[in-house]
Design a protein around this ligand. Structure first.
Ligand code: NAG
Ligand code: NAG
Length: 392
């Protein structure tokens, strides 16, 4: 009874209460904006549908692109339905209209203006389609033959963990609802949580960079061993203490390149008018379309997530293997590509892609039997590629 409690037991109660309070303060549950789960394995075993769970798959491919035929073969093997809007051959006039400030020298070079306008054309076509979401990619990207059967379903489950919906109908909304994100970087050349020119890995990156933001880690058996990942990606995952065969979906911090990005309708509209409008804004000092998107994610207003390592990555020219020295001499590569080049050459695979199309083994050139075989390979956990004998 309270009335009979001795001073000694009161002191005990107080100590106990203090202890409890300290415990709660110390073991504070993670703040609600953080999500950190580890998903194990694929719980459904079902492939993603032919548009990877988005409304559509839109390709930005210039007129007469030499990549087109191979891209369509890769899509047939992976059983994806692509929408490839007819592009316009942009004129000098179109370019000048973009570079509005004729007084000073324009920051956005002609090639970048044309690429920018091509992305716009495809975004507008998506908006006209009435679809709710779409994934956009450039026609020189590579992906793993197990993309649709294994990798995308796992990534979808991870993104569903980040959904704020109390009850999510994962069948109808495999990537969560359009309230959950504005833009998803599924393909990129790295989100290194800072300026890549400052360095990547231990000494530059530390686990709290990841644990302080919304993220999910998930196992993906198709993932490359650490030593075969692009050196920057390997360094980043090491610095975050991420186990082997584990991918991350995390709030975008510094996502480079627009190799494969998904948007909602609202985001497409905002990109066209506000995030990356079709005219130069000298005060923003943005030199290319992908930098405008990066800025929209990193500095706001967009809510973006990145899959790390990426599931789409742009391919080196197919001449790289055949004529290594010539391609090295002639082509300027941004720092991330330059750092991955040697590895691409000896792996004969695109950076961060495990079992891709780059080396040509997975093209079937109209052979329906081979197409059937290749489609079967997509279900294996292992990469069943039979490498072409080295040409002399
Ligand atoms: C794939 O799934 C998404 C989401 O449910 C849907 O919007 C889309 O129409 C589906 N694609 C195909 C080709 O059925
Ligand atoms: C996808 O493409 C295939 C082959 O071109 C076609 O037969 C099929 O009807 C398309 N499916 C959808 C849902 O668009």
């Amino acid at each position: 009874m309270l009335a009979h409690r001795s001073p000694r037991s009161s002191a005990l109660y107080i100590l106990l209460a203090l202890g409890l309070a300290a415990t709660f303060l110390y073991y504070r549950p993670s703040i609600p904006t953080q999500v950190a789960t580890t998903l194990r394995g694929d719980s459904t075993g079902r492939p993603a549908n032919r548009t990877l769970g988005f409304g559509g798959l839109y390709v930005v491919s210039g007129p007469g692109s030499p990549r087109r035929a191979h891209l369509e073969e890769a899509a047939a093997v992976t059983e994806m339905n692509l929408t490839i809007p007819a592009q316009v051959a942009w004129t000098d006039e179109d370019v000048q209209r973009f570079q509005s400030d004729k007084e000073s020298e324009s920051q956005v070079l002609t090639g970048s203006v044309k690429a920018w306008l091509s992305h716009h054309l495809v975004l507008r076509e998506f908006l006209e389609s009435g679809l709710e979401t779409a994934l956009f990619f450039e026609d020189d990207v590579d992906w793993d033959i197990r993309l649709r059967t294994q990798q995308i379903p796992l990534a979808q489950q991870a993104v569903q963990q980040l959904s704020d919906a109390t009850v999510l109908d994962a069948e109808a909304y495999p990537w969560g609802t359009d309230a959950d994100w504005d833009l998803l970087y599924v393909g990129h050349c790295g989100d290194y949580f800072g300026n890549v020119e400052d360095g990547v890995g231990v000494g530059h990156n530390y686990p709290e960079q990841l644990t302080s933001i919304r993220h999910v880690r998930y196992e993906d058996p198709t993932m490359l061993p650490r030593y075969d990942l692009h050196p920057y990606t390997a360094n980043l995952l090491d610095a975050f203490n991420i186990p082997q065969k584990t991918r991350l979906v995390h709030q975008s911090k510094w996502p480079l390149c627009t190799f494969g990005y998904a948007v909602t309708r609202r985001t497409a509209e905002r990109i066209l008018t506000e995030i990356a409008p079709p005219y130069e804004q000298p005060e923003r000092n943005i030199k290319a379309y992908d930098v405008a998107i990066l800025s929209g994610c990193r500095d706001g207003p967009l809510k973006c997530y990145t899959v790390t390592p990426e599931l789409f990555h742009h391919m080196e020219g197919e001449s790289l293997i055949a004529d290594a020295e010539a391609s090295e001499r002639q082509i300027f590569r941004p720092p991330v590509d330059a750092a991955g080049l040697e590895q691409v050459r000896y792996r004969k695979e695109t950076s961060n892609i495990g079992c891709g199309f780059f080396d040509g083994s997975f093209y079937y050139s109209g052979d329906e039997n081979k197409l059937g075989e290749l489609r079967g390979m997509a279900w294996s956990k292992e990469c069943l590629k039979q490498r072409k004998p080295q040409s002399v």
